[in-house]
Design a protein around this ligand. Structure first.
Ligand code: ZN
Length: 287
């Protein structure tokens, strides 16, 4: 069933586990993630970036597809359809399209403007029964052409934004999008601890979940992280499985060129990655 993410993340926070937010790019992606979540009896968040939304012909298409899939696939676990790194305009478009959750990434605005826009979108989201995530301190790496420097969030700014009524908060703690470089220094747990202490137990969000070592994930969860975003890792496993299929020449055997066959190994690989993350995050059987 489609729900907003507030209750599932509060339960995760109280139960000391995290819910995975997996980005979707097309029908196969959404199907694989939903299958994995249902089999694991885990709540799940489907993340949609502005770029992926455009790729899928717009947010209304994504919302209609996911809602129909929940019915036809007989999904019983709680599912949130969430805008990932939304702009001000994108957030409004997802409210209109029938998403159940939005992220407003105002981290690149001066704090005053971030506050003003976040306030407005909190009111709009809540009036529509939706949950809303805000971000303080840019997350490093690249997302849809926007390159952040991976700054560490200021706990006082986190407290200000959390106080605006957002339901969960993303804060930069040295995490980055994409693949982590070999010289990465790891997560800044000291800052995470300060942010957790300053933000009244609001569920915290860890972006850039790909490739963070398991022990760091567990420690982050123990310090209030209740939502972990995974995007790149599903892309990498999809690409590797597809490459293997092609390199083995399977597309040239019989009807191996049939897209339903060609895309199957990649979809299975996404499922396996999602299942692995659900186990690591501890949300198995928490639906
Ligand atoms: Zn992110």
């Amino acid at each position: 069933m489609l729900v907003n993410a507030t209750e599932m993340l509060q339960k995760a926070r109280d139960g000391h586990y995290a819910v995975g937010a997996f980005n979707v790019n097309n029908l196969e992606w959404a199907k694989a993630i939903l299958q994995a979540a249902e089999e694991c009896k885990s709540p799940v968040i489907l993340g949609v970036s502005e770029g992926a939304g455009k790729y899928m012909c717009g947010f209304p298409v994504v919302a209609a597809m996911v809602k129909a899939m929940l019915e036809t696939m007989k999904i019983t676990v709680p599912v949130a359809l969430h805008l990932d790194h939304g702009t001000y305009e994108g957030a409004k478009a997802c409210v209109a399209a029938g998403f159940s959750s939005i992220m407003f990434d105002g981290s690149h605005y001066p704090i005053d403007e971030n506050v003003e826009k976040t306030k407005e979108l909190v009111a709009l989201a809540h009036a529509n029964g939706m949950s809303i995530e805000a971000e303080v301190g840019t997350i490093g790496g690249e997302e849809d052409g926007v390159v952040g420097m991976g700054e560490v969030a200021d706990p006082a700014e986190c407290a200000t934004i959390a106080g605006l009524g957002v339901d969960f908060l993303a804060a930069g703690i040295g995490n980055i999008h994409g693949v982590y470089p070999p010289n990465w220094k790891g997560l800044d747990f000291e800052t995470l601890d300060k942010i957790h202490a300053a933000t009244n137990n609001i569920p915290l969000v860890l972006h850039g979940g790909t490739g963070i070592p398991a022990d760091m994930i567990r420690k982050a969860v123990s310090l209030g992280v209740s939502k972990i975003n995974v995007n790149t890792e599903c892309q990498l496993s999809f690409a590797a499985a597809t490459r293997q299929y092609i390199e083995a020449g399977k597309d040239k055997q019989g009807k191996g060129f049939d897209p339903r066959k060609l895309l199957a190994p990649g979809a299975d690989a996404i499922k396996a990655t999602v299942r692995e993350k659900i186990e690591l995050f501890g949300s198995m059987n928490k639906a």
